[in-house]
Write a protein of this length. Structure first.
Length: 373
C-alpha cells in the first residue's frame, strides 16, 4: 500500500514525487513510456518569467519563476545552468509590452554587455529588449532526479477504482491518494468538463562554431552552449496533433522553421542538427494551470444542481473524487511552474492547505454545468 500513486512522470509528476517524498510519503510513480517521455522530454526547459503586461497568469508565472530558480539552485544546482536571458521584441506591439514590463517589474534588469552583442543580428539589436538573470535545466535528468526516491513503474495505468477507502491501480496496487499528472494525454476519468488541448512543439539540439553564453528569446528560444550543444526551441504548431493527423509530422520542415527563426535573431555558423525532440504541451482554455481535487460531475449535478448553476458558485458545495488530485495545464511554462505548483498541491494533500480557487479544476466544471440545458 502506497501513501500516494502519481500517474505521469513528466515535470509535474516528478515535482510532486519530490515534494511528497520530502514530506515522508511512500510514493509510487507510473509512466507508460518512461520518465520524461512526454512533453517534458521535449522541452528546452528554459526557466524564464512571462514578459507581458499585467494579468493573473503573468503574476503566477512571475512568482513561480522566482520560486523555481531558487528551488533548482538550492536542490539541483548541477542540473541548472544559470545564464543571462535576453528577451527581444518580435514586433511593435511586443516592444510596447516590453517597455511596460521594464517599468513595472521588480526583477533586477541588466544592460546588455557589448561582448554579448557580437552574436546578434542587426535587426535584433535594434529592437526593444529585456536582459536579466535566468536559467535552463536539463529536462530529462531533472525529472529523474526529482523522482529518484519513489518506486517507479513503467506501466500504463488503465484502471483506477476506489474501494473501501483506497484507490486500486491496474487491479494490483493500492494507494490512499492518487495524483493525475498525465499532461496532454487522455485523462483517465472521462470527465467532460476537463478539456486540455495539446499544442505540438519541436525543438532541436545543434552544434555550431558560434559560442554563445546566454539565452536569447525572440521568434524562438536559443539556449547558451552547454557541453558543446545549443538548443533551439520551440515551434507552436496548432495544426498538427499526433493522434488526429493522418500524415506523420514533417521533421525537415520543423527544423527549417526553427533554424530560420533562430537566424533572424542570431548569427549561428557551421550548424549541424544533432537531435530532434517533439511533444505536446498541455494547456487549459483560460491558460491557467489546473491543480487540486477533481469534481464528480454527474454526482454533483444530481445532488446540487441549484447550487452549481448560480452566478458565483461556491466550489465547496461540489462533490469531489475522494483523495484524487490533478496537476496539469502548464502550457509552455512547465519547468517554471511545476516546482511552485507541486509545493502547493503537496501541502493540500498532506496538510489540507487551501489552494487558490482560480487554479481549481472546479472552475471548468462550474462553466460546463452552466451551459447544460
Ligand atoms: C517542444 C517543447 C518545448 C518546451 N519548452 C519549454 C521551456 O523551455 N520551458 C518550460 O518551462 N516549458 C517548456 N515546455 C512545456 C513543458 O514541457 C510542459 O509544460 C510540461 O512538459 C508539462 O509537463 P507534464 O508533466 O504536465 O506533462 P508530460 O511531460 O507530457 O507528462 C505526462 C506523462 O504522463 C504519462 N501518461 C499519460 N497517461 C498515462 C497513463 N494512463 N499511464 C501511465 N502514464 C501516463 C505520459 O507518458 C507522460 O510521460 C515545452 C514543451 C514542448 C513540447
Amino acid at each position: 500500500m502506497y501513501d500516494v500513486v502519481i500517474i505521469g512522470a513528466g515535470i509535474n509528476g516528478s515535482a510532486m514525487a519530490y515534494e511528497l517524498t520530502q514530506k515522508g510519503k511512500k510514493v509510487a510513480l507510473f509512466d507508460m513510456a518512461g520518465i520524461a517521455s512526454g512533453g517534458s522530454g521535449a522541452a528546452g526547459a528554459f526557466i524564464s518569467p512571462k514578459f507581458s503586461k499585467e494579468g493573473e497568469l503573468k503574476e503566477l508565472i512571475h512568482d513561480a519563476f522566482v520560486y523555481s530558480m531558487k528551488f533548482y539552485e538550492s536542490h539541483f544546482a548541477h542540473l541548472l545552468k544559470k545564464s543571462p536571458l535576453l528577451h527581444i521584441a518580435k514586433d511593435e506591439k511586443d516592444s510596447q509590452t516590453l517597455k511596460y514590463y521594464k517599468l513595472h517589474t521588480d526583477l533586477q534588469l541588466k544592460s546588455l554587455p557589448a561582448k554579448f552583442q557580437k552574436n546578434l543580428q542587426n535587426q535584433a539589436l535594434e529592437q526593444e529588449s529585456v536582459f536579466l538573470e535566468a536559467g535552463v535545466v536539463h529536462a530529462k535528468l531533472m525529472c529523474e532526479a526529482l523522482s529518484k526516491s519513489t518506486t517507479f513503474f513503467q506501466q500504463e495505468v488503465k484502471s483506477l477504482v476506489y474501494a473501501d477507502g483506497s484507490w486500486i491501480i491496474n487491479e494490483s496496487y493500492t494507494a490512499k491518494d492518487v495524483v493525475l499528472a498525465t499532461g496532454a494525454y487522455k485523462t483517465l476519468l472521462h470527465e467532460p468538463y476537463i478539456e486540455l488541448r495539446g499544442v505540438w512543439g519541436h525543438r532541436i539540439d545543434i552544434k555550431t562554431s558560434t559560442h554563445n553564453r546566454f539565452s536569447i528569446h525572440q521568434f524562438v528560444s536559443v539556449s547558451p552552449e552547454i557541453d558543446g550543444v545549443t538548443a533551439i526551441g520551440a515551434t507552436h504548431n496548432v495544426h498538427y496533433h499526433p493522434q488526429k493527423n493522418k500524415e506523420p509530422y514533417n521533421i525537415e520542415s520543423g527544423r527549417a522553421e526553427l533554424l530560420q527563426k533562430a537566424l533572424k535573431s542570431m548569427k549561428l555558423e557551421d550548424i549541424e542538427v544533432i537531435k530532434d525532440y517533439t511533444g505536446l504541451r498541455s494547456g487549459s482554455f483560460d491558460y491557467m494551470p489546473l491543480i487540486g481535487q477533481v469534481v464528480m460531475s454527474q454526482e454533483t449535478l444530481a445532488c446540487c444542481k441549484k447550487k452549481v448553476r448560480v452566478k458565483r458558485p461556491d466550489y465547496a458545495n461540489f462533490l469531489y473524487y475522494p483523495n484524487l488530485y490533478m496537476i496539469n495545464g502548464n502550457g509552455g511554462y512547465g519547468f517554471v511552474l511545476a516546482p511552485y505548483l507541486a509545493k502547493m498541491l503537496s501541502e493540500k494533500i498532506v496538510s489540507d492547505k487551501e489552494i487558490n480557487p482560480r487554479l481549481s479544476p472546479a472552475r471548468f466544471f462550474a462553466r460546463w454545468a452552466k451551459k447544460l440545458t
